[in-house]
Design a protein around this ligand. Structure first.
Ligand SMILES: Nc1nc2c(ncn2[C@@H]2O[C@H](COP(=O)(O)OP(=O)(O)OP(=O)(O)O)[C@@H](O)[C@H]2O)c(=O)[nH]1
Length: 416
């Protein structure tokens, strides 16, 4: 079927409103000129060839009939062609309407089965929705018509808090200004009050009336977000105690050192090692050792300020980072921790109480180093000093005011 020919013709007719009138006028002019010529010249010829009036009258009757016949045939052919064109145009329209309906059906099935919600909204403060797919119910708990035109709630109001809302608006505005597609991640409060994390990808386009609208898709990525948080926890936390692991504790110490250096403040590091922990494992078993580790580290974490950072450095070695603390304060804190651990009662399921003591080395910035590894080394050496002094005591690394103070009293501990 020569559809393209019909298409072009239809397009020409559709685009130029004067074209039909022009063509009709031409047809009428040709008809008038041809009719005039025929009547004038045929009459002259008939008068020349048939001088007999009776014969001339008969010839003119036949000539008239012939003219009517010819114009009838022309009219028939022209009308037939026009009707055929109309029929083909109607058939094309019907076909296009069917194709459009089919595409709309496919699109609607696709939209409804998308894992998230497709949308079209105004680029305004409310993200006024012009269209949302059925997936909106699964995603937000709201029906499409509750969101469209902000009838019940505006989409912008679903974004969990102001900080997120401001960040999203900023990123979105920047992407639209650059005429680029945007990709956003933010928390959304659903109709039932629960919170989910969504990922949105979209683009700013020109609307029907020249206004700026946004089109895109929004997906629920809460599971991925949860996994990310878990992975981050796993990468930074110690599995047994839940404290920061060695890598994270080192990173946090480096961060604190930078801050201390920038604001010219002191800070301290405690290196804590359990005394005779091997004996606990050997006497009560590894599981009991784990229980002691968990119980004592919980005690340590509860005994320091919220700004302080407790990390597990290895087996039964722990570090405590004390921001904005000088040697004297650090020594006092260490002594307080030592005392609390020695007084702590670690009770097994069988009712057995496991005694435990710790040896603590103290190093401070800037007296004992301005870098993490130097500070660690100083605190570690001080801790070994404490071990060699009989354990269950605190030693401040040499070279600071507090290290020249008398050694704090020793408490009773497990072992010798
Ligand atoms: N239960 C348990 N034990 C651990 C863990 N990590 C390390 N240990 C044990 O901690 C013990 C450390 O022993 P040592 O390094 O000899 O130190 P210590 O017995 O505490 O003796 P001093 O430090 O010299 O007072 C070893 O027996 C390790 O097996 C753990 O996660 N759980």
């Amino acid at each position: 079927m020569p559809r393209s020919g019909i298409d072009k013709q239809s397009l020409r007719w559709l685009s130029d409103r004067r074209e039909p009138a022009r063509r009709a006028l031409w047809g009428a002019l040709i008809y008038i000129v041809a009719g005039y010529c025929w009547i004038t010249f045929s009459d002259r010829l008939a008068e020349l060839w048939f001088p007999d009036p009776a014969m001339l009258s008969a010839v003119q009757t036949w000539k008239g009939l012939f003219f009517v016949l010819i114009t009838g045939v022309v009219l028939f052919v022209a009308t037939l062609r026009q009707f055929d064109k109309d029929r083909r145009l109607l058939a094309l329209q019907h076909h296009q309407r069917q194709a459009l309906r089919k595409r709309e059906r496919q699109l609607s099935i696709l939209m409804d089965n998308l894992p998230g919600m497709a949308y079209r909204c105004l680029f305004d403060d409310h993200w006024t929705m012009l269209f949302v797919s059925q997936g909106c119910v699964r995603l937000t708990g709201y029906q499409p018509d509750e969101l469209i035109r902000n009838r019940v709630v505006s989409y912008a109001d679903l974004i969990a808090d102001k900080d997120n809302s401001d960040r999203v608006t900023q990123e979105l505005t920047a992407a639209v200004a650059r005429n680029e597609s945007f990709s956003l991640e933010y928390p959304v409060i659903r109709k039932d009050g629960s919170q989910i994390w969504v990922w949105e990808r979209g683009r700013g386009v020109e609307g029907d009336n020249g206004e700026r609208v946004l089109e895109g898709i929004i997906l629920d990525v809460s599971d991925r977000k949860r996994l990310e948080v878990e992975l981050e926890e796993m990468a930074t936390r110690d599995v047994l105690t839940g404290l920061y692991n060695r890598r994270e504790a080192t990173r946090l110490l480096e961060e604190e050192l930078q801050r201390a250096s920038r604001y010219r403040r002191s800070m301290a590091l405690l290196w804590i090692d359990f005394d005779h922990f091997k004996d606990i494992n050997d006497t009560y078993g590894h599981a009991a050792g784990d229980l002691v580790l968990r119980s004592v580290t919980r005690l340590l974490a509860e005994s320091v300020r919220t700004v302080d950072i407790v990390g597990r450095f290895g087996g039964e070695e722990f570090v405590v980072i004390l921001p904005e603390m000088d040697a004297r304060g650090a020594a006092e804190t260490a002594e307080r921790l030592r005392q609390r651990v020695s007084e702590h009662r670690c009770i097994l399921g069988s009712g057995v109480v496991i005694p435990l003591t710790v040896s603590i080395g103290v190093a401070v910035y800037p007296d004992h180093g301005d870098q993490a590894d130097r500070l660690f080394a100083s605190a570690d050496r001080a801790m070994y000093q404490a071990k060699s002094q009989g354990r269950n005591c605190v030693v401040v690394a040499p070279g600071s005011h507090a290290s020249r103070r008398p050694k704090p009293s020793q408490g009773a501990g497990f072992g010798p």
